[in-house]
Design a protein around this ligand. Structure first.
Ligand SMILES: Cc1ncc(COP(=O)(O)O)c(C=O)c1O
Length: 376
């Protein structure tokens, strides 16, 4: 555990710093240069380019399917996690009086898309945290027979809490609602049993070691066949009538119907390399490593008796983030930066600091961070 799982030298720019910012942005793998190079070579091959790009897209979907333990045809690669949540918001036939449940510590993109539905009579119900934790019983209290969606992050970007997906799934499946899971802070660091949800979205530029421009969208078609695609383009269809019958087309069976046009292939090439890199390490090792480093970090912070920890201690209830509430977030982040410790908190203007541990971190990083926190 004292060694990183992937050497710092395999990434750009982190050998001289303590990079504990994976919850915001992970550093770039140096091997991504080869992926980008391959993309530029493939793109330059005329008509053949499209077949080569499609091969990489299919291979990347397969990797995502393996990561989530779901069928490959249920995976799509959209532009962002936010786009995926909006697809659900506009892919449901709402009726006035329906409701959606979200938590007060949810990321903005998990909340705002539903607000636009209020003018159609859809109610947005907010579950309040207690001591920074979301309790599944409080979600249960808000569900009724008009609840259509429960949206929750598997791991909270704000508090670091990991909710029990099996408990949440059992709860939602005992109702008429669908479970929309934002796995952005889970995928790439802890196991995501996506089949327990009805839709899963995840950004790829954080724990998955990819970049912006592509995000995973899982569609549980068996459980949620009525989800419509709000956008249609050439890529959404399996056959089309052409100039003779321009208005005739057949929708694709699989989750690619949710991508109307070309995906960001360059981002997909990078994600392909990122997922291969993580798979070569082994996802169980990645999870164990993050949980061990966050255990040491959590206990070290707790023992100082001067920080308000938002993240639960138990390893089942956290992942790679440890979050602290402080009214001195700028000052603390600045003090850490002086020791070359990079954390996340000042960007969003929140009164909380997020410290994230991933494959390139080691015990020395945690010790340096704890030492710096002890001296703020
Ligand atoms: C929980 C969560 N979901 C989604 C996102 C961002 O998603 P995207 O930029 O892919 O829409 C973030 C970014 O911080 C996040 O924390």
């Amino acid at each position: 555990m004292s060694e990183p799982l992937i050497a710092k030298s395999e990434f750009d720019g982190i050998e001289q710093v303590v990079h504990l910012s994976a919850g915001g942005e992970t550093p770039m793998l140096r091997s991504h240069q080869n992926a980008i190079r391959q993309f530029t070579i493939d793109k330059s091959r005329g008509e053949r380019a499209r077949a080569l790009q499609d091969d990489v897209l299919q291979a990347t979907r397969k990797q995502c399917a393996e990561l989530f333990a779901v069928p490959v045809d249920s995976i799509s690669l959209l532009g962002s996690a936010s786009e995926g949540i909006n697809i659900v918001a506009y892919g449901i036939e709402w009726k006035a009086g329906d409701n959606v449940i979200i938590a007060d510590v949810e990321f903005g993109s998990g909340v705002f898309p539903w607000l636009l539905l209020q003018e159609r009579g859809v109610e947005v119900r907010v579950v309040r945290h207690k001591h920074w934790q979301i309790d599944i019983n409080d979600i249960a209290d808000q569900i009724d027979d008009r609840t259509r969606v429960v949206l929750i992050s598997h791991v909270s970007m704000f508090t670091g809490q990991r909710v029990s997906l099996s408990a949440l799934s059992a709860l939602v499946r005992s109702s008429n609602a669908k479970l929309v899971l934002d796995a952005t802070h889970a995928a790439g660091v802890v196991n995501v049993d996506a089949g327990l949800a009805d839709v899963v979205v995840s950004s790829c530029y954080k724990w998955l070691l990819g970049v912006h421009g592509t995000a995973i969208f899982y569609w549980n078609k068996e459980r949620f066949p009525e989800l419509k695609t709000p956008f249609l383009g050439w890529n959404s269809v399996s056959s089309a009538g052409g100039w003779q019958q321009p208005t005739s087309m057949t929708l694709r069976d699989d989750a690619l119907r949710f991508i109307p046009g070309n995906p960001s292939f360059i981002s997909v090439y990078i994600l392909h390399n990122a997922l291969a890199t993580l798979a070569a390490v082994g996802m169980q090792r990645v999870e164990n490593h993050a949980l061990e480093l966050t255990r040491v970090l959590w206990q070290g912070i707790d023992s100082m008796k001067r920080w308000e920890l938002m993240t639960p201690e138990h390893s089942d209830a956290r992942a790679g983030n440890v979050c602290i509430m402080t009214d001195r977030v700028d000052e603390v982040a600045r003090a850490l930066r002086q020791r070359n410790v990079l954390v996340w908190g000042t960007y969003a203007g929140d009164e909380r600091l997020r410290i994230s541990c991933h494959v390139y971190n080691d015990r020395d990083d945690i010790n340096t961070c704890l030492d710096a926190l002890g001296n703020v």
